[in-house]
Design a protein around this ligand. Sequence first.
Ligand code: BT5
Length: 326
Amino acid sequence: MATRDIVLAALRAAGSAGVSGETIARELGMSRVAIAKHVSALRDAGYDIQAVPGTGYRLVATPDAPLPPEVRPLLTSSAGFWTRIDGGGETGSTNDDARVLARSGAPEGTVVLASRQTAGRGRLGRTWSSPGGGAYLSAVLRPAVAPADVSSLALAVGVGIARGLAETGAPDARLKWPNDVLLGGGKVAGVLLEMAAETDRVDWVVVGVGLNVRRGPGEPHPPGAAFLADSVDGARSAATVAAVLDGIAAAYEEWRDGGFPALLAEYERRDALRGMEVAVRDLAGRVVATGTVDGVDDAGRLVLRSADGGVSAVSAGEVTLRDPSR
Ligand code: BT5
């Protein structure tokens, strides 16, 4: 545990009685000045810590942010999977932070959190709106698979997010192929996968997840966005992130051990596109397939049936709904 987390734990243990800087310093074998610096850093992170004359420090309130010392104790099934949890405050992009860690050899189970991003990214160079009040995370995974097998991981992660949201009390989330998680028809989360690989073997995958927990005060929000707080009373970022991390770790392990077929039935139950008339576009915006969605196949490809009964499967692209009357 980082020293700052130990100082926080000491403040928490003291409760409303408070604890002197001198006592913490003695217990940790540090100077009072060093403790004061950690207290100041905790205040910067949003902890409300009072200095009470004659008593010392008193922790009054913890911030509603996905800070590692708040998230870690709330992990249940995945406490052993996420071995390193960093960040929690503001950053450019957690995917960029996690990529740096992955390149320098960070093990699977490393995750970077943020409560606000200044350069949040979607797919294809798009922007992910990342105001305060949200939760942004990027996980380093090292599955022993071929690069082509990674596309279905985005779907598996979607299933994991939906499971996690269900744990927080949210209504059933639905999945829009390939990487959107919907709540009440709006997009509550998006998944961005980035990887490094040799021809036949993946080195690392960074799984980025943006979660709209609540509307940031005064921040504009993109059209079509949904917010967890609109359906869950008292939705808090740390609890949401912990539940979603539990969900992602479990779904990832099932995908790693059994492939996408292990998650197919659950994906189908949450599929928001089945039976819809859609068009699929490629990177350049060209329509590559149209038809009625039949579901997804064992490899996570979107299966379309055309008017003449022909069946096609697409492995990547952007789905838009079509007006069947035109
Ligand atoms: C995604 O891209 O949905 C993937 C988003 C991944 C974001 C996470 S946050 C943590 C990590 N660090 C990063 O920098 N990124 C990852 P895409 O399918 O391309 O969708 C992007 C589109 O969704 C945008 O063009 C907007 O239309 C819409 N959008 C942007 N921000 C949104 C938000 N907060 N909520 C709902 N929709 C949003």
